[in-house]
Design a protein around this ligand. Sequence first.
Ligand SMILES: NC(=O)c1ccc[n+]([C@@H]2O[C@H](COP(=O)([O-])OP(=O)(O)OC[C@H]3O[C@@H](n4cnc5c(N)ncnc54)[C@H](OP(=O)(O)O)[C@@H]3O)[C@@H](O)[C@H]2O)c1
Length: 318
Amino acid sequence: MVHDAYGSPELLELRDIDPPAIDEDGVLVRVRAAGLQVGDCFGVRGAPFAMRLVSGLLRPRYGVPGFDLAGQVEAVGKSVKRFQPGDEVFGACRGSCAEFASTGENQLALKPANLTMEGAAALPTSALAALQGLRDTGSLRPGQKVLINGASGGVGTFAVQLAKAFGAEVTGVCSTANVELVRSLGADHVVDYTREDFARRGERYDLIFDNVENRSLSECRRALTPGGTLILNSGTGARGIEMLIRLVKPLVVSPFVRQKLRRYLSTPNHDDLVVLKQLVESGKLRPVVDRTFPLVETSEALLHIEGGHARGKVVVTL
Ligand SMILES: NC(=O)c1ccc[n+]([C@@H]2O[C@H](COP(=O)([O-])OP(=O)(O)OC[C@H]3O[C@@H](n4cnc5c(N)ncnc54)[C@H](OP(=O)(O)O)[C@@H]3O)[C@@H](O)[C@H]2O)c1
């Protein structure tokens, strides 16, 4: 699925293009399923503008959406050690909404044995964001009280399960329709945001993992313990200068307060993909797949994500 210009996902066209070339340390994967997320919508629209620093200033450099894949290794470069043709893998790449995608061996791991291709493609970006956010940025420890805002979305469904696996007491925030889902993922408490405001409940959390950012910084800080950590994992709801202020303000305030106010960018790597594989195979983590779409309906899949109410992950199948 290709777009030659930035704009609505409806611009995407099904077209024959050459398979991507691989160099010495590259891996060519025959894609079976491609996990999508909000970042793919940004990439297709070229907005927020900062995305274009990576994808091309005036027009998309590559023009195939999709960062996440599951599939079979088709070919490997001379210096690749971990994989060989035929291996079933999952991980991160450039342009997974295509029959073939190329990537480096450090961005792949063997697919969890107990997952379908669709389930494995749902993992990489969102589950890594949850893992690295809670474990590395949040330094989550057993017994801590964690609140996950946006608990029913692509990142949130993984964050609830991972926080439980780390031994935390977990509160998830979602709408009425998703209360049972979030509870089934292991949340100890669920706040239905249509009935109750998590920032005004009088509860204090050691860690707030905010995938929505619909509350002001001061409201979130009031719901944190004095030494607690706020992880801001969105910031893209606003536009222009308002977005810039929202992105930067917590980082400017943080050095002057006891609470830790953090932003981070997750990065795909082999070791963390293996951590996810082990968690899935031991039954501690499972992907929640909201909907699957055939490749020709990639535009519909992206528009569904842009609706802001995906229930877990959206996956394109090939
Ligand atoms: N830091 C990183 O490296 C990194 C990596 C990946 C993603 N992200 C960011 O993470 C954020 C979340 O991504 P995602 O894939 O999880 O998004 P998503 O799948 O679109 O999740 C949306 C979720 O937000 C919930 N929601 C909407 N309004 C809400 C409200 N007022 N209160 C609580 N929940 C609300 C929705 O639940 P209901 O349907 O129940 O309303 C839905 O489940 C995005 O901003 C993305 O850019 C960051």
